[in-house]
Design a protein around this ligand. Structure first.
Ligand SMILES: Nc1ncnc2c1ncn2[C@@H]1O[C@H](COP(=O)(O)OP(=O)(O)O)[C@@H](O)[C@H]1O
Ligand SMILES: [Mg+2]
Length: 163
């Protein structure tokens, strides 16, 4: 819990400090970054997968030039991408990565092929989890045996925030 909020707020902070930042809504199928931003994208990754749009054409602009690549929510075809579709998305993502200082990827929970491939494609990962043994074990599962190790750990404590 708290992954999307952490990605969005980190992106907003970096953008406010003048860095070029793009966020990928990588919780494919249950995407909600644009919901958090109060925006309703006209196009999203579905249009890219269908071949109707290039990824750079669906990028939305947020505060301070923050760029967001929207995905679709409640869309099974995004939750279950084929390897060829994933490879195509990653190729287009490279173009965007080359044009920014930071590309932050918001993933879903779990160890689906999509989550694992997004983690493997990134330089660094931040684990967001709860302070319970089962949650900690589950959070680290996708990182087992990875080098370099996870550099960041965020443990939201809603009980300490009145939530
Ligand atoms: N640090 C936090 N403290 C309190 N509530 C939080 C915190 N981070 C997230 N939340 C709440 O938890 C819910 C899920 O947050 P979200 O960032 O969408 O999680 P995830 O992307 O991991 O599913 C939201 O209602 C959000 O307001
Ligand atoms: Mg999320």
């Amino acid at each position: 819990m708290g992954k999307s909020n952490l990605v969005l707020n980190t992106g907003l902070l970096l953008a406010r400090h003048g860095r070029q930042v793009a966020l990928l809504d990588g919780d494919l199928g249950l995407a909600n970054l644009t919901v958090l931003m109060g925006q309703a994208p006209k196009y999203d990754l579905r249009d890219v997968i269908a071949g109707d749009k290039r990824m750079r054409d669906i990028v939305m602009e947020g505060p301070n030039g923050l760029r967001v690549i929207p995905a679709g929510s409640g869309v099974a075809e995004l939750a279950n991408l084929s390897e060829a579709e994933r490879r195509e998305l990653f190729e287009q993502l490279h173009d965007i990565e080359a044009s920014v200082d930071f590309l932050l990827i918001d993933t879903g929970a779990g160890i689906s092929d999509t989550v694992l491939s997004l983690i493997l494609a990134s330089d660094e990962s931040v684990v967001v989890t709860q302070p319970e043994p089962t949650a900690l074990a589950a959070a680290y599962a996708p990182h087992e045996g990875r080098d370099p190790a996870v550099p960041g750990l965020s443990i939201p404590r809603p009980d300490q925030h009145g939530a």
